[in-house]
Write a protein that binds this ligand. Structure first.
Ligand code: ADP
Length: 478
């Protein structure tokens, strides 16, 4: 493939050269010849007319002698570089620059027909077979007393015109060669600007296709091809990253499924072979049940995440009062809060605060955040849920004064399966999927979620939602 592009360009270059040559050899050559004939015939015709009006007319009026007319004709022969004749309408030659004056010897041009030129004032040919080679001949009538007496004819050898044309064409050919050589610069530019960078990109994409995503593609140009290269490298990086994510994901899933399965298997085997006596069965069956519950939560979480990721999320957007949703979620945790002596404080702006979002999904977000806040809070503490408005957005904050999140873990808590070491002791049942699901939901709404946390002090999660464009909608849905 790589060679072909270059060959194609070389071929185009050669075709350009050949076409140039053919055009000069045909069209340009013909145009030059036509031009030379036109200018030469114009020049000779004006000479002939001048002769016809001066001494040629005098000759017929007997105002000058043959010898003196011949002298003037000969002088003009040198100047025009052509043969000059004075000829009668019948074809009898009176004077010719080629022959001495000889009244005895009569020269007749057989078949002489002055109308042969038609509308044109010149003819090209052997002039009624008088010459052996082609001549450009112009005729100008000689009149005296309003009568046609004869013609002044000037013959210019076509050989001369052809020689002139060849010397002019030589210049054209020279220009063509110079142009052809100059256009080599385009070939050099093409190599440098197109061929080499494309070659680089091709090599890199071959490496990427073979799975070597870490192949380094160095692009120097900042034009479209350079951009293409940068994008190809970026694409490879993204594929590599996704591949790594995929591997990590599978490793995490396997790990999180294996530990509950191992403990379930261990307890069941111990019960069956009698290692655990029947009186303890109930206690261990309780543990097995807990583990299966964890597996169920894991499976549900994975399914939810998968649904959220595929085909962008299908949101059922309605207008609802976010304050109402917060109150109902807080109420759902009353029991848990009571046992941990945790208070949930609601600081809600306005009585009703309408947002447009998917109410069920937002409930899930709040549920995850409050659940985490309770899980990671110390007994006898307060969790604060607050709403505020800024630039047509509602900001919902869930703040606790619990264990907090270590600085280096802050940018990982939204990753799937991430659980900080601190939380592992406090929350054995956690799947590490809650915040990943939460972030996907908020992103699907085109909004953001952020966290501010200090280890040992507490954490605050804040997410935004769009304020609904109504004051008190009828279709309130909570
Ligand atoms: P899980 O379902 O295990 O709680 P999440 O995705 O909800 O998983 O949370 C991931 C991790 O983020 C938790 O294991 C914990 O380490 C940290 N985390 C989340 N919320 C809080 C919080 N309010 N306080 C301290 N750590 C938190």
């Amino acid at each position: 493939m790589r060679r072909t592009l270059y060959l194609k360009f070389l071929l185009a270059y050669l075709i350009f050269g050949i076409f140039g040559f053919v055009i000069v050899a045909t069209f340009v050559s013909r145009m030059t010849q036509d031009y030379l004939i036109r200018t030469e015939s114009d020049r000779l015709y004006s000479e002939a007319t001048q002769v016809a009006n001066t001494f040629a007319a005098d000759l017929y009026n007997n105002e000058t002698s043959l010898d003196s007319a011949k002298k003037q004709l000969d002088a003009l022969r040198v100047y025009t570089n052509a043969h000059l004749w004075i000829i009668n309408p019948s074809g009898r030659m009176i004077l010719s620059t080629e022959q001495p004056v000889d009244v005895e010897k009569e020269t007749i041009v057989e078949g002489f027909d002055p109308t042969a030129a038609g509308n044109s004032h010149y003819v090209i040919g052997r002039f009624f077979n008088y010459f052996d080679s082609d001549h450009l001949s112009v005729l100008s009538p000689i009149t005296s007393d309003f009568k046609l007496k004869g013609y002044v004819v000037i013959h210019y050898p076509m050989r001369n015109i052809e020689t002139e044309r060849e010397s002019l064409l030589a210049i054209d050919y020279l220009m063509l060669v110079i142009l052809f050589l100059l256009s080599l610069i385009i070939l050099i530019f093409f190599t440098d600007i197109v061929y080499i960078p494309i070659n680089k990109i091709t090599k890199a994409t071959e490496q990427y296709a073979a799975g070597n995503f870490h192949y380094e593609l160095q692009m120097d140009s900042d034009d479209e091809i350079g951009y293409l290269g940068v994008m190809a490298a970026y694409m490879a990086q993204e594929i590599a990253r996704q591949e790594d994510d995929q591997k990590r994901f599978v490793a995490n899933v396997s790990h999180d499924f294996r530990s509950p399965l191992t403990s379930i298997k261990g307890y069941l085997e111990a019960m069956m072979d009698g290692t655990i006596p029947p009186e303890d069965h109930e206690k261990y069956l309780g543990i097995v049940l807990n583990e299966t519950e964890r597996l169920r939560k894991l499976t549900n979480g994975l399914l939810t995440l998968n649904n959220l990721n595929t085909a962008g999320m299908l949101l059922d957007i309605t207008v609802f009062d976010i304050n109402e949703v917060i109150r109902s979620v807080a109420a759902a945790f009353e029991g848990t809060c009571r046992s941990k002596k945790i208070a949930i404080e609601l600081i809600l702006t306005d009585e009703k605060f309408y947002v447009s979002a998917d109410v069920e999904k937002i409930k899930q977000v709040l549920y995850n955040l409050v659940d985490n806040a309770i899980k990671f809070s110390h007994n006898d503490s307060v969790i604060r849920i607050e709403t505020s408005e800024k630039k047509s957005k509602v900001f919902v904050s869930v703040k606790d004064s619990g264990i907090g999140i270590p600085k280096d873990a802050l940018n990982q808590i939204f990753d799937r399966f991430y659980k900080s070491d601190l939380s592992r002791g406090k929350d054995k049942k956690g799947t590490g999927l809650g915040l990943a699901i939460t972030r996907e939901i908020i992103r699907a709404h085109g909004e953001n979620i952020n966290v501010i946390s200090t280890e040992g002090i507490g954490s605050e999660f804040i997410f935004s939602l769009p304020v609904a464009d109504v004051n008190d909608p009828d279709e309130e849905e909570v």
